[in-house]
Design a binder for this molecule. Structure first.
Ligand code: COA
Length: 143
């Protein structure tokens, strides 16, 4: 299930964030900023845990209303099950299939992921991450 972020999700999101981006995780403050400034654009994937009867956060996505993806991460234990694609799919539903994202040049998995979802490389943004270039990837058109 995908729903809007709730404050009680924050600790789980921070744990996912540290695993997904160990060198430069977003802080608690950054997530709180997006939760307040972009309430409708911060979504979480809730994974039902049948054994424990609990709902666990499988991943999240933050995006700007026009479809620019700010950040996405899926818990390592839940990867390769289509959760990331579903989260991006929620963005594409709202933007008629138009979206964009910056990707670290070395992030081969993210490049594969976005290519699979119909994004293509638009340009290189030199030293976007300070130590590394970004690829600007865009997607246009129908979902
Ligand atoms: C990128 C990320 C969000 C993908 O999430 P996910 O839920 O595992 O992705 P999906 O299962 O929806 O994958 C969809 C497709 O993307 C591609 N893909 C995803 N992971 C891949 C991998 N490890 N290797 C190669 N291709 C991959 C595949 O084409 C896959 O389709 P398939 O499984 O049918 O072959 C996840 O790997 C992640 O959180 N990475 C760390 C954070 C990050 O790099 N975020 C992006 C920053 S721009």
């Amino acid at each position: 299930m995908i729903r809007k972020f709730r404050i009680l999700d924050l600790d789980a999101i921070l744990r996912i964030e540290k695993k997904a981006f160990p060198k430069s995780p977003y802080s608690r403050f950054t997530f709180l900023y997006y939760a307040s400034a972009y309430r409708d654009n911060f979504l979480v994937y809730v994974q039902e845990d049948m054994r424990k009867g609990l709902n666990k956060i499988g991943g999240y996505i933050i995006f700007y209303p026009e479809g620019h993806i700010v950040s996405i991460a899926v818990h390592p234990a839940y990867r390769r099950r289509g959760i990331g694609a579903e989260l991006v799919g929620e963005v594409l539903k709202r933007t008629k299939g138009n979206a964009s994202v910056e990707v670290r040049e070395s992030n081969e998995i993210a490049k594969e992921f976005y290519t699979h979802l119909g994004f293509s490389m638009q340009s290189i943004i030199q030293k976007y991450y300070g130590d590394e270039d970004a690829l600007l990837m865009i997607r246009r058109g129908s979902v």
